[in-house]
Design a protein around this ligand. Structure first.
Ligand code: 15L
Length: 264
């Protein structure tokens, strides 16, 4: 998709990895974050906005003349309920409402494997497994998906929720050998989400083609995503203990045992 794509959370972990990978001829990336996005590189077509996804006036301006939104902005791990509620749930409602008013037809929402963290590890866990959150953070991601469903059903917006596994340069630890989404595969997946014709409302997994994968790729493949990376190539160099007990039994791993409501 050409034209203008708004990325919220553009200075965050995933946003920073996606920015260079979502550059396209004829596409303007509008970057929004609390942390001012880095200045454009030579030839990079970007616009920058600094502020919060919870600010309706800012989001109204951010959505002007936008063709699609990649909503990554929010708290990315466990935190106190009030902040999770305001930023992740409240912020997503503000983004969706601003998108609707501006006539933005497509929005990709960053969900997480922690929306279903208390699902038992099994091969090919379906992407639309109903929520079993492992934290307040996981609850917020289930709510993000529900908000996306609402805005699709009410207003016909195309909304794709991506249950991202672990999107980092390299798999973070042994669990990451199952849950890794390589940055390049992440970009391929988001590109499919932005360009596939008339998806309606979908939930897909954001994961690479890992040998130890436990999340189904079928739903993302239906959008045109083809995973090319496999975390297994890092296996020899990843140290640290393999998860045990509940952290091995449930897909959320350490989020299943972290103290509720405390930053992890
Ligand atoms: C997430 O949702 C977090 O944002 C990220 O920091 C990782 O913890 C990831 O899940 C994961 O499960 O590895």
């Amino acid at each position: 998709m050409g034209m203008r794509v708004l990325i919220t959370g553009a200075s965050g972990v995933v946003g920073t990895l996606m920015r260079p990978r979502l550059r396209r001829e004829g596409r303007i990336l509008r970057l929004l974050d609390l942390v001012p996005p880095a200045p454009p590189e030579a030839g990079e077509a970007v616009e920058a906005l600094t502020g919060s996804v919870t600010d309706p006036d800012l989001m109204a301006r951010a959505c002007e003349d936008v063709d699609a939104i990649l909503h990554l902005g929010g708290i990315s791990r466990e935190n106190g309920w009030a902040d999770i509620l305001e930023v992740n749930i409240g912020g997503t409602q503000v983004v969706l409402e601003a998108a609707r008013r501006a006539g933005v037809g497509r929005i990709v929402l960053a969900s997480s494997n922690h929306a279903v963290g208390f699902r038992t590890v099994e091969p090919e866990l379906p992407a639309d497994s109903s929520p079993r959150p492992d934290t307040f953070y996981g609850v917020s991601k289930a709510a993000v998906e529900a908000l996306g469903s609402l805005y699709h059903s009410r207003f016909g917006m195309d909304v794709i929720c991506v249950r991202i596994g672990s999107c980092f340069e390299r798999p973070p630890g042994v669990r990451g050998l199952s849950t890794w989404l390589s940055p390049d595969d992440g970009a391929r997946l988001f590109e499919a989400c932005l360009s596939c014709p008339s998806p309606g409302y979908r939930i897909v997994w954001g994961v690479s083609g890992n040998t130890r994968r436990i999340y189904s790729l079928a739903e993302a493949q239906a959008l045109g995503y083809r995973a090319t990376d496999d975390a297994e190539r890092f296996a020899a160099e990843i140290s640290g203990p393999a998860p045990t007990g509940d952290e091995a039994h449930y897909v959320g791993g350490p989020f299943c045992t972290t103290p509720l409501g405390e930053p992890n």
